[in-house]
Design a protein around this ligand. Structure first.
Ligand code: ARG
Length: 278
């Protein structure tokens, strides 16, 4: 006699994340449309929100390591931008904004001390902000920050096919503000994205590659809902992204709402604060 079994939902895997405590976080220059140096950051609130995210990751079985924050580098908290790490290889970032360039050294030191060799990017490249590994491929954004030439560097270094996507809306200046990888153990997995953030051709590419993608609304995207982190099952997501949360739950994912509203003042969210070490 066979026993009936409920179908299993998407399965999670344990991840290793690198994060940077927001000790010196503030908005004192404006390099994206979200930033306004006249709107003060509540540092205590930012710290609480950040700690809540760390706790949420650890409670779900993930490892969180931290890099020491550097005074005078307020955006260093956005660890995702510092590198792309795949198969133990590190492509170090070369930041677009002069204000952020010293972060490369601070993160480079952490990687070296942790035993990694860092390949510095020759072209402007903002790490996981614009580079999203999806199964065997890498989706790569360009238009505001990372240059297309860096996409070729990624392909050469990692030997994985890189799919270039053009971002067209300055509010979604990094690929990770408009798209995230949900995971998927078999095949190429699935993504969630906001189509209007992409050029018509790139939209068509995404539609072809991911016919079953979760399509987010502008409201979800403005709430930084696409700046989410998925472990394959649990999705750490902005609580304000209501429509997206409902869709994820409907597909069998487990939304884990974590509010990083204070970081939105700098144009960042959950994924921006999280570098995955693969
Ligand atoms: N203020 C930072 C910048 O404009 C925010 C970076 C957000 N990070 C991200 N992965 N989208 O560079």
């Amino acid at each position: 006699m066979s026993v009936g079994r409920a179908p299993l939902g998407p399965s999670p895997s344990r991840r290793r994340y690198l994060m940077c405590e927001p000790r010196y976080f503030e908005v004192r220059y404006a390099i994206n449309p979200w930033m306004n140096a006249d709107v003060p950051v509540d540092l205590n609130r930012a710290r609480d929100q950040w700690r809540t995210l760390v706790r949420a990751y650890r409670d779900h079985g993930h490892t969180v390591e931290t890099v020491a924050p550097v005074e005078g580098l307020p955006d260093m908290v956005f660890a995702a931008n510092a590198a792309l790490v795949l198969d133990g290889q590190v492509l170090g970032s070369s930041f677009h904004a002069p204000e952020r360039r010293p972060e490369s050294e601070a993160y480079g030191t952490w990687f070296k001390e942790t035993g990694y060799h860092v390949h510095p990017a020759e072209s402007i490249c903002e790490g996981e902000g614009d580079l999203v590994p999806v199964g065997r491929f890498v989706l790569a954004g360009t238009g505001f920050r990372t240059h297309r030439a860096a996409h070729r560097e990624v392909q050469e270094l990692f030997g994985r096919p890189v799919i270039s996507l053009d971002l067209v809306d300055p509010r979604f200046y990094h690929l990770d503000t408009a798209l995230f990888f949900l995971g998927g153990g078999t095949g190429e997995g699935n993504i969630a994205y906001y189509p209007a953030a992409f050029s018509p051709g790139s939209r068509e590419v995404l539609r072809t590659l991911y016919p079953r993608a979760v399509i987010a609304t502008e409201e979800d995207a403005l709430a930084f809902g696409l700046n989410s982190v998925s472990d394959g099952r649990n999705v750490f997501v902005a609580p304000q992204a209501h429509g997206l949360i409902d869709q994820l739950a409907g597909r069998g994912y487990v939304p884990v709402p974590v509010d990083l509203s204070e970081f939105r003042k700098a144009g960042g969210g959950i994924k921006c604060c999280t570098q995955e070490i693969r």
